[in-house]
Design a protein around this ligand. Structure first.
Ligand code: GDP
Ligand code: MG
Length: 170
């Protein structure tokens, strides 16, 4: 039969890392160079078919600014999945991503599937975070990791598909 599962998913990470762009790529297949900053949070939905199941993602794209930090628990509490995004050309955004992971480990639901996205993978010349560092960190903390590019679409559907696959196993 075709079972439909709703799955709340939240994107967390520094402002400018490409959270909204990843969502726009995943939901509409588009990319814009001048993506507007998110105010508070924005909601989207998209479905992914895995075998005979349909995962309906209810996506909360958060702002990332410190002044909205107190709102974040509303979005990650009870989330089936969280995508923590950093910009691989910005080491500080990787540090910030680790802080989000810590916060989720401390305050989030223990069964939230966590994915780490090293976005802007198209900007290879400007790399500041190595694949090895991110992969090691992800492994040690029970996340799965992919480098993504909202611009070229590399690994964008893949990261959501991988989450969907894991959700069908729970
Ligand atoms: P957010 O604040 O995390 O939602 O980040 P945005 O989605 O608003 O993106 C911030 C800026 O980075 C925008 O100018 C985007 O066009 C750009 N951007 C986002 N993703 C990528 C990417 O994969 N590659 C490149 N080159 N630029 C990106
Ligand atoms: Mg945004």
């Amino acid at each position: 039969g075709n079972k439909i599962r709703n799955a709340k998913l939240v994107l967390l990470g520094d402002v400018g890392t490409g959270k909204s762009s990843l969502v726009l790529r995943f939901v509409k297949g588009q990319f814009v160079e001048f993506q507007e900053s998110t105010i508070g949070a924005a909601f989207f939905s998209q479905t992914v078919a895995v075998n005979d199941e349909t995962i309906k993602f209810e996506i909360w794209d958060t702002a990332g600014q410190e002044r909205y930090h107190s709102l974040a628990p509303m979005y990650y509490r009870g989330a089936a999945a969280a995508v923590i995004v950093y910009d691989m050309t910005n080491a500080a955004s990787f540090t910030r991503a680790k802080k989000w992971v810590q916060e989720l480990q401390a305050q989030g639901s223990p069964n939230t599937i966590m994915a780490l996205a090293g976005n802007k993978a198209d900007l290879v010349e400007a790399r500041q975070v190595s694949v090895e560092d991110a992969q090691t960190y992800a492994q040690e903390n029970g996340l799965f990791f992919m480098e993504t590019s909202a611009k070229t679409a590399i690994n964008v559907n893949d990261i959501f598909y991988e989450i969907a696959k894991r959700l069908t196993r729970v």
